[in-house]
Design a protein around this ligand. Structure first.
Ligand SMILES: [Zn+2]
Length: 476
C-alpha cells in the first residue's frame, strides 16, 4: 500500500511536472505567435503609412533612404505598390480630362479618350473607374434633347455680333472726335463680361456658325445644304457670337483698345495693348481671351469647343498685323506671326469670315467693285487665313434686300469666290438654308441698341443691368 502510495506520488509528481512543461510551452507558443502577429501588423502599418505619405507628398519613390535595409523582394513589392498608385493617378487625370470634353458635349471624344487607355493589366475594360465613367457619359448622352428641348429648329438660334471692346474707358470716352462712335458701337469689357455671364445663367451654349448646317450629298450626286440637328442638355439653347473687324485699326490704338492678338507662353491667344504711358501690356483686353477664359471656367458653355466667329477686313491687315503693307520691312515676319495666331485661334474653336477687304457697302456697290474687293481680300487675307466660305456683309448690307432668294451677278461673284454662307444684320434671328447657300442675320449688340432699342434685347438680358454706369449719355 505504502509502496503503492509512493509510486502513486511519484507518478503524480511526474505527471504535474509534465503538465507544467506543456503549459509553459503553450504560453511560449502563444506569446511568440501573438508577438509575431503584432510585429507583422506593426510592420504592415508602417509600410502603408510610408507609402501614403510618399503619395501625398508627390514623392516619386526615388528615395534611397527608404530602400535601405529592404530585401530585393520587399523592394519589388514596394515598387509594385508605387506603380499601382501611379497608374491610378493617371486614370483619375484621364477621367478629369474626359469630363471636360463631356461638359462640352463631346461625349464621343470623352469615351474614345478613356477607351484609349492601356494599363499594365490590360485595356480600359479591366478598370472599374474607366468603365463607370464611360457608362456615365453614355447615360448623360442618352438624356440629351434636340436643341435642349427649348428650340424646335436651328431657325430660332440668335447670332449676336460685337465690335472690339473698350479696355480703358477713360481713353475711349475722353471726348475726342471718336468718343461718339465708340459710345455707339463698342462695348466695355465689363459690359461684355456681364453679357456672357447672363447668357450662361440663362442656359445659352455657344455654337459655331458651321454647326447649324451640313453640305449633304444627295442620291443624284448633287449636294445641298441641310439644317443640322444637335442635342443639348435639357433647358440649354444654342447661341452664336461674332466679333467684327478684328483688325485693331490704327485710329483705335490710342483710345484704350487692344492693339493685336498674340500668343502667350503656352501658345494660347491673348491680346497686346498700348497702355496710356506708352508701354505694352499683354492680357485679356478683347473678346477672344475673355471668351476663352470664360469657357475654361464654364466648359458647358461651349458646344464641342465652339467659341465664335471673327470677321476680317483687309485694308489694315488682320488681327493687329499690318499685312496690308506688302512693302513693309517686317512684312514676312508679320505674315508668319499672323499665321501662327490664326492657327492657334482655329485650334481654339474660333471660325473666320470675310468682311470684305475695304469695308464697303456691297448692296450699293457695283458688281465690279465687289469683284475687285473680293479678289483682293482672297489674295491678301485668304492667303494667310486659309479658306473660309463665310461672308459677313459690311454694315450688314446684304446684296439681296429683304428675304428673297439670291440671284444675279453679285451672288455669282461671291459664289465663284468660294462663299456660300452669308451674314446680314437684323433685329431678330432669321435664317435661310437653301440648296446652294445659307443666309443668316446677326443681331447687333452695341451702345446704339442699348440706347435706342433696349426692348429688342429683352429676351437676352436687361440693358439696365448690363450698361456701364460711366458710359456717356446718348449724343446722337
Ligand atoms: Zn464691320
Amino acid at each position: 500500500m505504502i509502496e503503492n502510495r509512493n509510486n502513486q506520488d511519484k507518478r503524480s509528481k511526474k505527471k504535474s511536472k509534465k503538465a507544467l512543461i506543456i503549459v509553459l510551452i503553450d504560453i511560449l507558443v502563444i506569446v511568440l505567435l501573438f508577438g509575431g502577429y503584432r510585429l507583422f501588423i506593426y510592420v504592415q502599418d508602417k509600410l502603408d503609412e510610408l507609402t501614403a505619405e510618399k503619395i501625398e507628398s508627390g514623392d516619386s519613390g526615388d528615395n534611397s533612404q527608404d530602400s535601405q535595409g529592404l530585401t530585393e523582394e520587399q523592394k519589388a513589392a514596394k515598387a509594385e505598390q508605387e506603380r499601382l498608385r501611379t497608374e491610378e493617378t493617371e486614370r483619375k487625370e484621364l477621367i478629369a480630362q474626359a469630363d471636360q470634353l463631356a461638359f462640352g458635349y463631346n461625349y464621343e471624344g470623352a469615351i474614345a479618350l478613356l477607351k484609349s487607355y492601356h494599363g499594365t493589366e490590360g485595356d480600359y475594360r479591366l478598370y472599374t473607374s474607366l468603365v463607370k465613367a464611360i457608362e456615365r457619359y453614355e447615360s448623360e448622352q442618352s438624356k440629351l434633347l434636340l436643341y435642349g428641348g427649348v428650340y424646335n429648329s436651328v431657325y430660332e438660334i440668335s447670332h449676336l455680333f460685337f465690335s472690339a471692346l473698350i479696355a480703358d474707358t477713360s481713353r475711349a470716352f475722353d471726348g475726342d472726335s471718336n468718343s461718339l462712335s465708340y459710345n455707339k458701337y463698342n462695348l466695355t469689357i465689363a459690359e461684355f463680361e456681364k453679357i456672357l455671364q447672363t447668357l450662361y445663367d440663362q442656359g445659352y451654349v455657344l455654337v459655331n456658325v458651321s454647326d447649324i448646317y451640313t453640305l449633304e450629298s444627295q442620291e443624284d450626286g448633287t449636294k445641298r445644304y441641310v439644317a443640322n440637328k444637335f442635342y443639348l442638355k435639357e433647358g440649354k439653347k444654342p447661341i452664336i457670337i461674332s466679333e467684327d473687324d478684328v483688325a485693331f485699326y490704327e485710329y483705335m490704338l490710342n483710345d484704350g483698345f487692344a492693339s493685336k492678338l498674340v500668343l502667350d507662353e503656352k501658345g494660347k491667344p491673348t491680346c497686346e495693348m498700348i497702355m496710356s504711358d506708352g508701354t505694352i501690356s499683354t492680357g485679356s483686353f478683347d473678346i477672344v481671351p475673355i471668351v476663352d477664359d470664360f469657357v475654361e471656367q464654364h466648359p458647358d458653355f461651349s458646344y464641342n469647343g465652339a467659341k465664335g466667329l471673327l470677321t476680317l477686313t483687309g485694308y489694315e491687315g488682320i488681327l493687329g498685323y499690318r499685312t496690308n503693307e506688302m512693302t513693309s520691312a517686317t512684312y514676312s515676319e508679320d505674315v508668319e506671326e499672323a499665321k501662327k495666331v490664326v492657327e492657334a485661334l482655329k485650334a481654339d474653336g474660333w471660325e473666320f469670315a470675310c468682311h470684305s477687304w475695304g469695308h464697303k457697302d456691297m448692296q450699293a456697290a457695283e458688281v465690279e467693285l465687289l469683284k475687285n474687293d473680293t479678289d483682293r481680300w482672297i489674295s491678301e487675307v485668304g492667303s494667310i487665313l486659309g479658306p473660309t466660305d463665310i461672308y459677313a456683309f459690311p454694315f450688314g448690307n446684304d446684296i439681296e434686300m429683304g428675304g428673297g432668294i439670291y440671284i444675279g451677278d453679285k451672288y455669282e461673284v461671291l459664289k465663284e469666290s468660294g462663299f456660300h454662307i452669308f451674314l446680314g444684320v437684323y433685329k431678330e434671328p432669321w435664317l435661310h438654308i437653301k440648296k446652294n447657300y445659307v443666309r443668316m442675320t446677326r443681331r447687333p449688340i452695341d451702345g446704339q441698341t442699348f440706347f435706342d432699342y433696349p426692348d429688342r434685347l429683352k429676351d437676352l438680358f436687361r440693358v439696365e443691368e448690363i450698361i456701364y454706369p460711366s458710359r456717356p449719355d446718348k449724343t446722337w
